[in-house]
Design a protein around this ligand. Structure first.
Ligand code: DC
Length: 226
C-alpha cells in the first residue's frame, strides 16, 4: 500500500506550507486538495453556474480540466495559480465544497494522487474521508486571529490590499461553513497528531510531523531539519 500522510486543518493554519515541506523532505508527491475546490469555484463562476445548481456543478466537477505543473495550477492549460488564491476564490471554493455530489465526483481524482513513493495530502477531509487508511494523520490548528494575521502579512508582501478586521471575520465565516456542512466536515480524524500552532514556528511544527514519520516509518532515512 502506498504510504499517505494527511494534513488537515482550517484555512491559514499553515497546512499548505507544512505539507510542501514534508513532501520535499521525504521526496513524496503532494496533493493540494483545496486548489481543486478553488479551481472548481472559478470554473463555475466563469460558466455562470451558481452554488445552487447542483447537477451543473457536479458535471463540472466530473469533467474538470485541472492539472498541477510544479508550483502551477492549470485550468484547461491556463495558469490560474494566482487567480485562485484570493479570499473571494477561497469563499467560492468553500461554497461549492458543501455539495455532497461534488465531493463524490472528486474522490477518485484525489485518490489517484497516491503514487510511489508516497503522498502528502493537504485539505479538510483527507484523513477522515479521502484517505481513511493513512497511517499518519495530522490536524493542524491555530487561533482565527493568528491565521488572519498570517494571511494579512502574505497579502501585504504581495503588495495587495488587506484589512485585518475583515480577514478575521471572513476566516471565522469560512470555518463555520467548513465545520458545519453535513458531508466531510472539517474535524480532527481519530488518532490524529493534533498540533495547535498559534505560538509555534514552522520549524517546530515540521519537526513534530517528521518525528511522527520517523517513528511510523523507521526504514525511511529522514534528515531532520535543525
Ligand atoms: O485549503 P484551502 O483554503 O485552499 O481550501 C479552500 C476551500 O475548499 C475550503 O474553505 C473548503 C474547501 N475544501 C474542502 O472542502 N475540502 C478539502 N479537502 C479542501 C478544501
Amino acid at each position: 500500500m502506498i504510504p499517505v500522510i494527511t494534513i488537515d486543518g482550517p484555512s491559514g493554519s499553515g497546512k499548505g506550507t507544512i505539507s510542501r515541506l514534508v513532501a520535499e523532505q521525504l521526496g513524496w508527491n503532494m496533493l493540494d486538495s483545496g486548489a481543486i475546490y478553488r479551481v472548481l469555484g472559478l470554473a463555475a463562476e466563469r460558466a455562470g453556474i451558481s452554488a445552487q445548481q447542483i447537477s451543473g456543478l457536479t458535471a463540472l466537477a466530473s469533467n474538470l480540466d485541472l492539472s498541477f505543473q510544479a508550483e502551477k495550477v492549470l485550468l484547461a492549460n491556463e495558469d490560474v495559480s494566482h487567480l485562485i488564491r484570493t479570499e473571494a476564490a477561497g469563499n467560492a471554493a468553500s461554497k461549492v465544497a458543501v455539495i455532497p455530489q461534488v465531493r463524490t465526483a472528486l474522490l477518485g481524482w484525489q485518490r489517484a494522487y497516491a503514487k510511489d513513493p508516497g503522498l502528502v495530502a493537504d485539505g479538510r477531509d483527507m484523513g477522515t474521508v479521502v484517505f481513511p487508511d493513512a497511517k499518519i494523520k495530522v490536524f493542524l490548528t491555530a487561533s482565527a486571529e493568528v491565521r488572519a494575521l498570517r494571511r494579512y502579512k502574505q497579502l501585504k508582501e504581495k503588495g495587495l490590499n488587506a484589512n485585518l478586521v475583515s480577514l478575521v471575520a471572513e476566516i471565522q465565516e469560512r470555518d463555520e461553513r467548513d465545520q458545519n456542512r453535513s458531508v466531510a466536515p472539517l474535524k480532527a480524524p481519530v488518532a490524529a497528531l493534533e498540533i495547535e500552532s498559534t505560538s509555534l514556528s514552522i520549524d517546530e511544527v515540521l519537526k513534530s510531523v517528521l518525528d511522527r514519520v520517523e517513528k511510523t516509518y523507521p526504514e525511511l532515512d529522514i534528515s531532520m531539519p535543525r
